[in-house]
Design a protein around this ligand. Sequence first.
Ligand SMILES: [Zn+2]
Ligand SMILES: [Zn+2]
Length: 442
Amino acid sequence: MAPELTTHTCTEKVCRFCLLAEGEDDEEDDLDEFVTPCPCRGSAKWVHLGCLTQYVKARGDWHDFKCPTCKQLYEGKALCRLAELSVEHMTAEYGKDALQVAHSLCYMAQAKSQLGDARGSKQLLERSLAIEELHNGPDHVSTAATLAELASAHGKLGQVQRQKELLEKSLAIKEQHFGCGHISTAVTLNNLATVHSERGDILQERELLERSLAIKEEYLGKNHVQNAATLVNLAGVYSELGDASRCRELLRHSLAIEEQHYGIGHVETAITLNNLALACGETGDVEGMRDLLQQSLAIKDQHFGVDHVESCLTLANLGMACSVLGDAQLARDYCTRSLEACDCQGRHNSRRRGVVLLRASAVHCALGEASVAEAFTTQALNVLREVLGPAAGSRVLGMEKTRTSRIWSAAGHANVAQWLAMCVTTGYSAKKGDPVAQPSSL
Ligand SMILES: [Zn+2]
Ligand SMILES: [Zn+2]
């Protein structure tokens, strides 16, 4: 009888180095653990942590943590273990305050951050920064990257003020070294803009994003795909500031870049199409709004499946557009579908659901269905209060009210805008469970 060959099914974990499957090895320690350290898949997906460290050790470069196959940096648990060994190795060879140790500490900090340990990451970066400053002085360009990483760790810990100071220091060092307007400062400007956004300082956010965009356009060209995210963020800022036409202009530009880079109809364009649609609505072009929303929905349907949760806002927006354009039945259908899409993954309360409910309530208000509208508003307020808490909830609500009110007003439905404003103001100041005040005009 022929000997039976060992065959591995594709669901089984097999180490890419020693080719043993899970359970086939006798040693029982943490080096025995299986990890997926990089994007490699198929038979190269799994590896023993022990086999991977043996491999890197044999390779002999304690600062090279890239997978030779996919060329990506190892991540998570694998990177953490490798960087830990690297710190030990470099400390033994060069002493605890050597720059080589600082370099290893940065890798370890990156791994800790990936594993969700922001505090651990912060401590490692502080040690690394201290070593760099010891060797090169406090304002040396080599510290700029570590300062930015440290800023991000503080951000994750909710220490926004410290995050801001560190980013400002990193920016000043880069500008001193490379010159104002250098491309290496563009990312720092973007990150600093995000911090100002979280602090609610929209004018600072705008200034920083404008500076970042100008630098990118000069270095990369006007239509580089890396400009798209900055254009979208800046568009959001202009919308919040009430400048819908500038918002629309920026989103058109971003859409053109994305369509050129990814192709027309690519899923990467779906969000920009949706946002551009709202900007069109805010400037009174509701037919343009509807057309763009239909394009966005078709892409999402194709990519995620029909009426997926990713489509719920686009569906609610279509409800608004159809209601303004006088197609009551279609408007109702879209609202129903948008609410069903929100619930389709069993998560009944989310920020998105709150926003969808609010948009649906305005649609029913415009259709003259006061009791449905009221019920939806009450639900929306409860969901947002529950999911976001009073302060953040009220900010989202304020922005939402401003945006959709502009669309209704631009379309000649000032009554809906007024009603929405009143419901939101009176409803949000009321305690949970209190009824929303009776709207006076419909
Ligand atoms: Zn192995
Ligand atoms: Zn790989």
